[in-house]
Design a protein around this ligand. Structure first.
Ligand code: NAD
Ligand code: IPM
Ligand code: MN
Length: 347
């Protein structure tokens, strides 16, 4: 029985995780789940966001499903007790260096986009965000009273492995990779660009282009159809993927899979949304779709993953949560997804 570690986290995390678990239990009754407090909830329970008990469970898991972490309660805590540090430690412990963030406008859902329907139609971008390097982890780093600094660092092997994932993904898709950097200013970006070009020589059928991050930010919104796979470093990928969430219509729609050499980590790209936590109105689509990615990437069950995609799409055609301008709550939306699963066939 595949073992899934479930980390609901904080804020809306437990609300959207509960929804995804209902769906997973429906489509894959053989899975075994073990749930632990993590993030702020981890700090409350163990005094640390990523407790030893959780570390052991994660090390033995086939996949990890995470809701979201963070919130005002823990913002002033010492750094090592903050939820975000737990998330970075979890990603590091799992070695998940490749964060896949698909941004799709599903057929029939163009009306949810603030872009004109002809711009939104058919958008299907895969962000491949480097997840274990760059400014998030570079040493030295320090916060003093009058000065603070972080270090942007990348090595050739770190860029090579993420570039390979991007080219591999493009081979299954439309054969195009856009590498986003700031090579007109940053040395790390120069190394990034040179390395991506070297890796590209092993993928002659893939079309590669490079863009600077500032102009890419503009083009992602103004002409999203030009993109297939976008590969970029950690912080650029964090920012650009939230920006791209505007295209399908809400942050609450975007799932993610973080992959390395072992078990995968699956989480929505959004945070714990303290502004709406506890109200039962969060959009669970991103987490339900993340559960679908778990079935696809960690358990090799692509047909069930497609069924989940179809059921969420069908539900969004008829029902909208508050972030999408409707008034359907999290639980009610999830019930509709479960009904749609019964009626939705596999493509
Ligand atoms: P956020 O993503 O939590 O929220 C941004 C906005 O989007 C809010 O208005 C929120 O209500 C809305 N939103 C997000 N998800 C939604 C959903 N599923 N349905 C409906 N609306 C949704 O970002 P933030 O407010 O900047 O951060 C809040 C906390 O979350 C912080 O502590 C931050 O560090 C943390 N965070 C965690 C993760 C993660 O766990 N992976 C990701 C991002 C932020
Ligand atoms: C995300 C989040 C995290 C990140 C934070 C909470 C550490 O914004 O998953 O996108 O920056 O990676
Ligand atoms: Mn983010």
């Amino acid at each position: 029985m595949p073992k899934i570690v479930v980390l609901p986290g904080d804020g809306i995390g437990p609300e959207v995780t509960r929804a995804a678990l209902k769906v997973l239990k429906e489509v894959a009754p053989d899975l075994e789940f073990a749930e632990f407090p993590f993030g702020g909830a981890g700090t409350d329970a163990y005094g640390t966001p990523f407790g030893d008990e959780v570390k052991t469970a994660v090390a033995g898991a086939d996949a990890v499903l995470l809701g979201a972490i963070g919130g005002p309660k823990w913002e002033q805590y010492p750094r090592e007790q903050r939820p975000e540090m737990g998330l970075l430690a979890l990603r590091t412990a799992m070695g998940v260096y490749a964060n896949l963030r698909p941004v799709r406008v599903f057929p029939g859902l163009e009306h949810l986009s603030p872009l004109r329907a002809e711009k939104a139609r058919g958008v299907d971008i895969l962000f491949v965000r480097e997840l274990l390097g760059g400014l998030y982890f570079g040493q030295p780093r320090a916060l003093g009273e009058f000065e603070a600094y972080n270090t942007m660092r990348y090595s050739v092997p770190e860029v090579e492995r993420i570039a390979k994932i991007a080219f591999w993904a493009a081979q299954q898709r439309r054969g195009k990779v856009t590498s986003v950097d700031k090579a007109n200013v940053l040395e790390t970006s120069e190394l990034w660009r040179r390395t991506v070009n070297q890796v590209h020589s092993g993928y002659p059928n893939i079309n590669l282009n490079h863009e600077y991050v500032d102009s890419a930010a503009m083009l992602i919104v103004s002409d999203p159809s030009r993109y297939d796979v976008i590969v970029t470093e950690n912080l650029f990928g964090d920012i650009l993927s939230d920006l791209a969430a505007v295209i399908p219509g809400s942050l609450g729609l975007l799932p993610s899979a973080s992959l390395g050499d072992g078990a995968g980590l699956y989480e929505p790209i959004h945070g714990s949304a303290p502004d709406i936590a506890g109200q039962g109105i969060a959009n669970p689509s991103a987490t339900i779709l993340s559960a679908g990615m778990l079935l696809r990437h960690s358990l090799n069950r692509p047909a069930i993953a497609s069924r989940i995609d179809n059921a969420v799409t069908a539900t969004l055609q008829n029902y909208a949560t508050k972030d999408l301008g409707g008034n359907i709550g999290t639980d009610e939306f999830t019930e509709h997804v479960l009904e749609a699963l019964v009626h939705t066939s596999v493509i």
